[in-house]
Design a protein around this ligand. Structure first.
Ligand code: SAM
Length: 306
């Protein structure tokens, strides 16, 4: 009987713990130009993708993150035509965005083409509908460079990045957020994946501090994603139109109906509204997030511990 292989999530080694997953079968493993990539089958979580030792997506609970990172900003905005996704290589985010019939174009800027290529084979549930949709455009580039150069403007920018390590580190800098702001239309919304505040408080406070020096309304909303260990996951939310976050549930529901009332497994109009009611300890982290004075730096961000 072959020895059971275990794969460790090493993201929280600085915090003194790892999670290890029993591997049924490794489907793909390589050192890409940018990061270590392993995709394997797990008896409970289905297919699990890890990049540089951090869990990115599992077929068992991907719907929570993908629905909450897309439908919240799109339905809070109400008139989205152009969406930018930075990262998003597995195409789970793009698949959710394209469910909105009113959206004209989705541009995805992914640094690592290997992630897209292997997702075509192993996550066809995401990639097949996405690449069949004429509204989808895939760009292989560093998101930091793209937002500094593009003359396109977006109503929603979704930063579906890895964690602030490796190629993802620059996507947590003031310079990056400054460039995103340049690419947003008036009243546009920027959302970012910001880890689990109970273990990565600095990541959330820093990002929202940068947001507060650039946008009129900067906060986060939360969702519970079982395989992003640590309880609530925070999604950064920034816009100059502070009314968007206050959109009444009835209006969100009406927009959802107009968008086609597609099937969801986590997001609902009520969950959308409730997601901004964050627990006290996260409120305190947000209160600490003072507008950062840091001048947008041109240097690459130093990879932080997560
Ligand atoms: N859904 C996952 C999550 O919840 O964190 C993340 C999805 S996706 C796998 C993250 C993607 O960000 C990866 O494909 C990675 O290659 C990409 N990425 C990292 N740094 C990037 C950068 N600077 N520009 C563009 N894409 C980047």
């Amino acid at each position: 009987m072959a020895e059971q292989r275990w794969i460790a999530e090493t993201l929280f080694e600085p915090e003194g713990f790892r999670m290890t997953y029993a591997v049924e079968k490794v489907l793909y493993e390589m050192q890409t130009e940018h990061q270590h990539l392993v995709l394997f089958e797990h008896r409970t979580f289905g297919k699990m993708l890890m990049l540089d030792g951090a869990t990115q997506v599992t077929t068992m609970d991907e719907f929570v993150y993908h629905e909450m990172m897309t439908h919240v900003p799109i339905l809070a905005h109400g008139k989205v035509r152009e969406v930018l996704i930075v990262g998003g290589g597995d195409c789970g985010i793009a698949e959710e965005v394209l469910k909105h019939k009113t959206i004209k174009r989705v541009t995805q800027v992914e640094i690592d083409e290997s992630v897209i290529e292997f997702s075509k084979e192993h996550f066809p549930e995401f990639t097949t509908p996405v690449f069949a949709d004429k509204r989808f455009e895939s760009v292989i580039a560093d998101g930091m460079v793209y937002v500094g150069q593009t003359d396109r403007r977006f109503d929603v920018i979704i930063v579906d990045s890895t964690d602030p390590q490796g190629p993802g580190a620059v996507l947590f800098t003031k310079e990056f957020y400054t460039r995103c702001r340049r690419c947003l239309t008036k009243g546009g919304i920027l959302v970012t994946q910001n880890g689990v505040p109970i273990l990565q408080s600095g990541e959330l406070t820093t990002t929202v501090g940068h947001f507060r020096s650039l946008f009129k309304d900067a906060t986060c909303y939360v969702a519970a994603i079982p395989t992003y260990v640590g309880g609530h996951m925070a999604m950064g939310f920034a816009t100059d139109n502070s009314k968007l976050r206050q959109t009444p549930e009835k209006m969100i529901a009406a927009r959802y109906k107009k968008a086609g009332r597609f099937k969801t497994k986590y997001w609902t109009p009520a969950v959308h509204k409730a997601a901004f009611a964050v627990p006290r300890f996260i409120e305190e982290l947000l209160e600490k997030a003072k507008p950062s004075k840091a001048k947008p730096s041109k240097q690459k961000a130093k990879p932080s511990k997560r």
